[in-house]
Design a protein around this ligand. Structure first.
Ligand code: SF4
Length: 358
């Protein structure tokens, strides 16, 4: 099928693809629907222009406060509205978080994400404790990300002051499909949180989940929303639904692998300077399927010593399995803060976030 879009027409010129913010949904759809191997080839080419394709960042997600969440996200094991295997636990003591972060760093992790099952951040003793965690884990020399729900501008600024490197808040799906997945907060609430983080120097992590009953057009809409933000999220998550017993989405159909691959490749093409994170649901993919995802532009995974991601309801490969996989694929673990220095790109001026070659 011929494409109307060629983001990389001249591969002999350095940095031929540019970081665009004016994508149309038709352009994104045209890329997404390319013959699969042509799509992977184009994404792999752009990936090599903007990223070090030999590296994958390994991240560790720590659930610092588990369960009893008042929200009704219909995929989530931590919502208090559903009966799942997850047991609610209060906010962790800081020392426990520091121990987990230290162990993760020793295992090669370069980004530690701390997640709390809250609707959003409330000012008070618990937020103060999280700020202390951010400060102390940052001091270990790893990138620190938080996912704490909605944040206002002042709270985002306080997280920045504590040293936070990234804030995760996923849009999950398209605005149109969103209402059938979550009713307790709006799409605009989520965009407002991303905008509040963007007012600081904290980088933004946002993405979606495949398998929520959405159509392909919803996935295109999600990518369009992210790729037309004034600044692309530095980090774009592609999750595959982990079907959790007890949640309304427990019986969803499996996401065919080629659809995951298309989503990753298209995300790489429309947001070439961003990290693309192959996140939840990775455990269902073989080494070779994951290898294709890395070829198509994914460059980050979550791993753990326990073989779970965030909670026991969401399985994940463990460190040993992931080290073996990366070795088989000839990939290495990306160090923290790589690419923080930005090159001045002739196409984009000072705003270009092209990675500096090391
Ligand atoms: S996804 Fe987050 S906000 Fe939604 S129910 Fe789960 S913990 Fe709560």
């Amino acid at each position: 099928m011929p494409s109307t879009v060629d983001v990389n027409p001249n591969r002999t010129r350095s940095h031929a693809a540019t970081v665009r913010h004016d994508w149309t949904t038709a352009e994104i759809r045209a890329l997404h629907d390319l013959p699969l191997l042509e799509l992977v080839f184009r994404a792999a080419s752009v990936h090599r222009e903007f990223q070090d394709a030999r590296e994958v960042q390994v991240c560790k997600l720590i659930s610092i406060k588990t369960g009893a969440c008042p929200e009704d996200c219909s995929y989530c094991s931590q919502s208090s509205r559903y009966e799942t295997e997850v047991e609610a636990q209060p906010l962790m003591e800081k020392e426990r978080v520091l121990t987990l972060a230290r162990d993760a760093k020793a295992a090669g992790v370069s980004r530690v994400c701390m997640g709390a099952a809250w609707r959003g951040v409330k000012d008070g003793a618990q937020f103060e404790r999280v700020l202390e965690m951010v400060k102390d884990v940052t001091a270990m020399g790893v990138e620190v990300c938080c996912t704490l729900g909605l944040v206002n501008e002042t709270q985002a600024k306080r997280l920045e002051d504590a040293g936070l490197y990234a804030y995760n808040h996923n849009l999950d799906t398209s605005e149109g499909h969103y209402k059938s997945v979550i009713t307790t907060r709006t799409y605009q609430d989520r965009l407002d949180t991303l905008a509040n983080v963007r007012k600081t120097n904290v980088t933004v992590c946002s993405g979606g989940i495949l398998g929520l009953g959405e159509k392909i057009s919803d996935r295109i809409e999600l990518l369009h929303t992210l790729a037309t933000l004034d600044t692309h999220p530095e980090s774009v998550q592609v999750n595959i639904l982990s079907k959790v017993e007890g949640t309304p989405l427990q019986n969803q159909e499996e996401v065919p692998f080629d659809e995951t691959l298309r989503m990753i490749a298209t995300a790489r093409l429309v947001m070439p300077a961003s990290m693309v994170r192959l996140s939840a649901g990775r455990v269902t993919l073989s080494t070779w399927q994951q290898g294709l995802c890395f070829l198509a532009g994914a460059n980050s995974i979550f791993s753990s010593e326990t073989g779970t991601m965030l909670t026991s309801a969401v399985p994940s490969p463990d460190y040993d399995a992931d080290k073996a996989m990366l070795a088989t694929l000839g990939l290495t673990m990306r160090p923290p803060f790589k690419g923080k220095e930005m090159a001045v790109c002739p196409d984009e001026g000072a705003a270009c976030a092209r990675m500096v070659e090391e």
